[in-house]
Write a protein that binds this ligand. Sequence first.
Ligand code: FAD
Length: 366
Amino acid sequence: MRTVGIIGGGIIGATAAFYLTKQPDLQVTLFDSGRGQATKAASGIISPWLSKRRNKRWYSLAQSGAEFYEQLVHDADLDKSVYEQTGTIVTRKDAQAVDELYDLAKSRAKTTSAIGEVRKVSAAEITDLMPIVSCDESGIYVSGGAKINGEGLVEKLLFHAKNNGLKLVNEQVSLVNENTVRTKSDQFVFSNLVLSPGAFLKQLLEPLNYHVDIRPQKGQLVDMRISNQVTDEMPVMMPESENDIIPFKDGIVTIGATHENDEGFDLTPTNTEINNLLNSGTKFVTELKSAERLGVRIGTRGYTSDFAPFFGELTANMYVAGGLGSSGLTTGPIIGKLISDWISSQTPPADLDLLTKPVSNYIYSK
Ligand SMILES: Cc1cc2nc3c(=O)[nH]c(=O)nc-3n(C[C@H](O)[C@H](O)[C@H](O)COP(=O)(O)OP(=O)(O)OC[C@H]3O[C@@H](n4cnc5c(N)ncnc54)[C@H](O)[C@@H]3O)c2cc1C
């Protein structure tokens, strides 16, 4: 029987484990320390269509990732507490910028139905859609935008995978060579390895003498609860030059997130950044002033120097993914699925070159 070891149980590793354990001829082990996991700290916005990023591969991957959620919701039986399409509003201060964004959304709607309805919204219409918000900006609404609970998604995927025989080891591990993993007390040899350790890829590959183009970025966000408001069905709001406002159920409103490039792998909450998040959110949702603070979530994003995610084969039988940056909830599941299919069929995805640059652009022997 072929054996697969996965290092890293965030959104990529959990999706890969979910699909790989459906294959009866594979025995799958997932190693995850949980330290600094970006997936469980993430804001949860799935809405790549209004991004002005010019990287065509990134957009193809992100669009495929947003489309793939429909299949994942079905395959993993995800309910609304994990994934819900309630739309996204992106605002601009300037009317011409709204027109440009509208044109972009309309042109992207020609290549994907996942974006849903696209329309311009006035400040009053934004308040109709989000009664907790008052603003004087207008923007674009797309009905296909979704909210995802990253932690809930990983839990659900691993629940199914364990039922299908996944062995889960909650431990920090290291690589002995290209097919051997060392835990505190043991060593495991695998037919295939999947490296999906998020921002920690450089550290993981260090013992094998690889140069890895990944740097960490700290992200903090704050979860608040507003009383007497039904927030479940409200869209996400992404105001220009401010933090995003993500309403979840039971009055929970998340404000995020920071992008801190000089903090390494630090996971300490900092008052200045949290107050900045709250001040930003309060400009649109005044009730946040008196809302209950439920907590702060902090994770580490991994970025490549060209800000692009990548995935593929590093050596024969060793697969790697990284650099998902600030859109990994969108691109992570499709990457996990494609790696799973690649291992199962032993054939790379037909459109690989349209989705990622070669791994050798980001990782090479020293
Ligand atoms: C604050 C914040 C907000 C975000 N908001 C959004 C958003 O709204 N939309 C969006 O699309 N994306 C968002 N992102 C980005 C997204 O969360 C990440 O890109 C994505 O979750 C990365 O997934 P991953 O599986 O690559 O890594 P991770 O989720 O970081 O998982 C990697 C796992 O590997 C484990 N690991 C690492 N090394 C080892 C080792 N040696 N042994 C064992 N385990 C190891 C880690 O502990 C971790 O659990 C956000 C990120 C942050 C931090």
